[in-house]
Write a protein that binds this ligand. Structure first.
Ligand SMILES: [Zn+2]
Ligand SMILES: [Zn+2]
Length: 177
């Protein structure tokens, strides 16, 4: 593990959410957002309605900007997100999770909690000087965000589909060569 479990979960959640704006679009309904919520162990308020969905999907541009920013740019974005949401770090223990930081109350709207959770996770990335764990997909035609949490930093593509497509292309060009 590169970062603490809850940090990695928040980074993965933000990456999947940011990439859900690209084809194939993966989050289009409250039910699909609910699946994302469960997959990444989000807890607390979850309205499961169209207003919540629209507010969350509207965040994707900001998340993408943050996840692909330089270290100094990311600092500006993180500080702004935490200030705008009135973040106040508190240690909490709930469900199966031992003490960890929450910086916003669990009854705040999901959009606000995603902003704070992602910003708090990026605090760890920035402090550890690990921004190189984040980047853009190596596929020439893909703008997907890549989050590389592998030990040997081997991840270059945003998805299995992009990885496979490029493996096939590389194989074909070797065959021709
Ligand atoms: Zn928690
Ligand atoms: Zn890709």
């Amino acid at each position: 593990m590169v970062f603490a479990h809850d940090v990695e979960m928040a980074l993965q959640a933000a990456t999947v959410l940011a990439n859900s704006a690209l084809e194939p679009v993966t989050i289009r309904s409250p039910a699909e957002l609910a699946t994302w919520f469960e997959d990444f162990s989000y807890t607390g308020r979850h309205d499961e309605d169209d207003d919540e969905l629209a507010a969350v999907l509207d965040l994707r541009g900001e998340l993408r900007e943050l996840l692909t920013a330089s270290r100094d740019e990311a600092v500006v974005l993180v500080n702004r997100m935490l200030a705008e949401e009135g973040a106040l770090p508190q240690l909490v223990r709930h469900d199966a999770f031992d003490y960890h930081l929450h910086a916003i109350t669990s009854d705040a709207p999901l959009r606000a909690r995603i902003r704070v959770e992602t910003a708090m996770a990026m605090v760890d990335v920035i402090r550890a000087d690990e921004m190189s764990r984040l980047g853009v997909c190596s596929d020439d035609d893909c703008e997907g965000v890549v989050l590389d949490l592998s030990r040997n930093r081997s991840r270059r593509f945003c998805s299995t589909a992009c990885g496979n497509r490029n493996a096939v292309a590389a194989y074909r060009s070797r065959q021709r060569g």
